[in-house]
Design a protein around this ligand. Structure first.
Ligand SMILES: Cc1cc2nc3c(=O)[nH]c(=O)nc-3n(C[C@H](O)[C@H](O)[C@H](O)COP(=O)(O)O)c2cc1C
Length: 180
């Protein structure tokens, strides 16, 4: 059951292989006393199940714009309550869509309606991180006061070494606390 006395965080989970680490982040944020609502993209659902986040967040998980039991779409209901949007892992695709105002699923549509703080934890192959379009999108988002954490150097899942690993959940939680 949603607790209105707690700070409300929307955790957006996108289709990066680090999606499994988002489960740990979700658990840590709940243990830290936040009311966590998860929105998953279709690609994230290919990598980790909705039930994991349902159980860890103790709140319904949004996976589509269209399956809404009440009159008010969930992305608008959440946008009225959310104090912070955290997207972890955050794909190059989400960064591109968010920069350019595209809302074609529950997460990107929520992000367009959200007016409070935003923290993105990018995670991708180092070559994607170096892509000129990705770099330019990040610079644009920084001018809009969007906060970033990571990525960090090291070995990414596909075997390459470089900058692309998602920041560790414990570090993201510390950044969340700082933002509040
Ligand atoms: C196994 C697998 C792992 C992937 N990992 C990443 C990743 O870490 N970062 C990224 O930006 N894209 C990654 N992708 C590509 C994204 O899933 C793809 O761009 C997708 O359209 C992202 O959709 P979303 O942003 O709506 O979740 C991966 C794809 C596959 C098949």
């Amino acid at each position: 059951m949603s607790d209105k006395s707690k700070k409300c965080i929307v955790l957006g989970v996108t289709g990066g292989i680090a999606a499994y680490k988002a489960a740990d982040l979700c658990s840590k944020m709940v243990q830290a006393g936040y009311d966590v609502h998860v929105i998953m993209t279709a690609s994230a659902l290919e990598l980790i199940t909705e039930r994991t986040f349902l159980t860890l967040s103790r709140n319904p998980v949004t996976t589509t714009l269209w399956d809404v039991p009440i009159w008010q779409p969930e992305h608008i209901a959440l946008a009225e309550r959310a104090d912070l949007l955290v997207v972890a892992p955050c794909t190059a695709n989400f960064i591109g869509k968010y920069t350019h105002g595209i809302g074609d699923d529950a997460l990107t549509t929520f992000a367009l309606a959200h007016t409070e703080k935003v923290l993105l934890a990018p995670a991708m192959n180092p070559r994607m991180w170096q892509n000129a379009a990705v770099k330019e999108n990040i610079e644009i988002l920084k001018t809009r006061d969007v906060e970033f954490i990571g990525p960090e150097p090291g070995r990414v899942a596909c075997g390459d070494d470089g900058l692309g690993r998602m920041a560790e959940p414990v570090e993201i939680l510390e950044q969340v606390k700082r933002l509040f």
